[in-house]
Design a protein around this ligand. Structure first.
Ligand SMILES: Nc1ncnc2c1ncn2[C@@H]1O[C@H](COP(=O)(O)OP(=O)(O)OP(=O)(O)O)[C@@H](O)[C@H]1O
Length: 251
């Protein structure tokens, strides 16, 4: 088995008396989609915040690509290749799709493009941005203003922005939220293509999409991982069925 890209050991976090993450341990392997599912309020988003570095855990460790990153700030983790896809709110509506992605390329590369002649620097930025847009199937709309993109295209643009960070692991928090059936199918296809290039930690409510995509699934209930397993193991697991009682998501 390859070394894990991401390893969480005994991660715990309380907000006052409320335990939001309780002794969470899991791994994401290179080329794997590891999905986190769980009822509303189970602690999925706060877990993502701790992994990306915007929230400090009270206990436990986070290792990324063999390095302990528990104490590193968000930007340092991003530079190591831990990319979180941000919600649509981080897209600049008045910029084109290409400009939005070029901004992310520029943020990642810092001053490195400054050493090129201005025109060459801009061309290099745009080439990288175009490649990221092509990867998520948005090459045709590169020059459209982001505000005019459909909801599904905006979700694709978020993925392109995350890819422009040159990541090794993508942290995706509900990448299908608000997408219609056709958009969902398209996004599932894109995520499937991305799997061969990145490890993916996927938080997603759309259970059919999770079952279609995930190599492994961890089920979070009240901040605790109650089981990690393959799609078949999770579908048939009695405790998971109990946690979702009343929902037909596992049908
Ligand atoms: N900053 C905060 N201060 C206090 N409590 C918080 C804070 N952020 C989240 N919580 C609480 O922590 C718990 C876990 O929230 P979280 O958003 O991580 O759950 P979730 O599994 O992502 O939920 P959903 O599926 O509805 O998005 C919830 O009870 C929430 O109200």
């Amino acid at each position: 088995m390859p070394d894990p890209l991401l390893e969480l050991h005994g991660l715990s976090k309380n907000f006052g008396a409320l335990t939001v993450t309780s002794d969470v341990s899991l791994t994401v392997l290179p080329g794997e989609i590891h999905a986190i599912i769980g009822p509303n309020g189970a602690g999925k988003t706060t877990l993502i915040h701790q992994i990306s570095g915007t929230l400090r855990p009270d206990r436990g460790t986070i290792r990324f690509a063999g390095q302990d990153v528990t104490a590193l700030p968000f930007e340092r983790r991003a530079r190591l290749g831990l990319a979180r896809s941000f919600q649509i709110t981080s897209i600049v509506p008045g910029f084109t799709a290409l400009e939005n992605v070029a901004l992310a390329v520029q943020a990642r590369s810092g001053s490195s493009f400054r050493f090129l002649r201005p025109v060459a620097g801009e061309a290099a930025l745009n080439d990288e941005a175009r490649a990221a847009l092509d990867t998520v199937g948005l090459g045709q709309v590169a020059d459209r203003t982001a505000a005019t993109l459909s909801h599904g295209e905006k979700r694709q643009l978020e993925l392109a922005i995350a890819i422009a960070m040159n990541p090794r692991l993508l942290l995706l928090d509900e990448p299908l939220a608000g997408a219609g059936p056709e958009e969902t199918e398209r996004l599932i296809g894109i995520l499937r293509d991305l799997r061969s290039r990145y490890g993916i930690l996927l938080v997603e409510h759309d259970m059919q999409a999770v079952f279609a995509l995930a190599d492994r699934i961890s089920v979070l209930v009240y901040g605790r991982v109650i089981v990690t397993g393959t799609v078949d193991e999770i579908r048939g697991h009695p405790e998971v069925r109990t946690a979702y009682l009343g929902e037909d998501a596992l049908a």
